[in-house]
Design a protein around this ligand. Structure first.
Ligand SMILES: [Cu+2]
Length: 261
């Protein structure tokens, strides 16, 4: 990731300095410096959340259990067809849990650090699908897009606030990186394989979560307060709800989507 390059370069210089037997004091100083924290996006202030609360719950789907729909892969079948994949636009578990819902606090301007979102953001193309189907990527952070298939893919984003990208990723290009500067949710497609689609959610603070296969999610270290929690699902759309969370307390953010809403 780009922001680590200066640190890596500093370490390299430090190691080189030791190897040459000079500048040891400088080298020690460089080696003991803490790595830079992931930069906070503008408009978001990082603070210590001493006794934060947790908003968690389950997002459910009220409709009938949808049938699994196999993705028909009509091109490059030797590679694309090596694994069977099913459409991910409406994934419901046995307990009606709805997967791939992005849950976020809509009105929060300060709280925990961006590092809580993790340090690696990877979208893989393996079997001619985008995995994960829905990716949450912090503003300004390099996301790695892998081509594990070793055939030509094409990364095409349909964003509005961020300049759309449309990059061919030939078979020899295993890895490209891309960052996004504005918080936005948009589709990503491959022009070579018309069934390939996914979504990127660019996050301008760390209070974003994605429901798992059981529809569960958790937003931790939330400063006490009343918030509007937003829910987004690619086919069922957006909803929001007020949630109040106390210090060190749990708050229920469970929500149901009506059938075909
Ligand atoms: Cu493709």
């Amino acid at each position: 990731m780009k922001k680590f390059l200066p640190i890596f370069a500093a370490l390299l210089i430090a190691v080189f300095a030791i190897a040459c037997g000079g500048g040891e004091d400088t080298a020690k100083k460089e080696m003991t410096e803490k790595p830079a924290e992931m930069a906070a996006p503008s408009g978001y202030e990082v603070m210590t959340v001493a006794n934060g609360g947790t908003i968690s719950g389950t997002v459910t789907y009220a409709g009938a259990m949808p049938k699994k729909v196999k993705i028909v892969k009509t091109k490059d079948t030797a590679v694309c067809g090596k694994t069977t994949h099913y459409k991910e636009d409406l994934l419901v578990s046995g307990n009606k849990g709805l997967a791939n819902v992005v849950v976020r606090i809509m009105n929060i301007s300060k709280g925990k650090g961006m590092d809580s979102m993790g340090s690696e953001f990877v979208i893989d193309q393996n079997g001619c699908i985008f995995a994960p189907h829905v990716s949450i990527i912090p503003v300004g952070v390099e996301c790695t897009i892998l081509n594990s298939d070793g055939i030509l893919h094409n990364i095409h984003t349909f964003s509005e606030k961020n300049s759309p990208i449309n990059i061919a990723q030939p078979k020899f290009k295993k890895r490209i990186t891309q960052s996004f500067s504005e918080a936005e949710t948009f589709p990503i497609k491959c022009d070579v394989h018309n069934w390939m689609n996914g979504y990127i959610v660019v996050a301008d603070h760390p209070y974003y979560a994605k429901t798992d296969e059981n529809g569960s999610f958790e937003l931790g270290d939330v400063p006490a307060g009343t918030y509007t929690v937003g829910y987004w699902h690619e086919t069922l759309g957006k909803q929001s709800m007020e949630v109040t969370v106390g210090e060190g307390a749990g708050a229920d953010g469970s929500l149901e989507y009506a059938a075909g809403s």
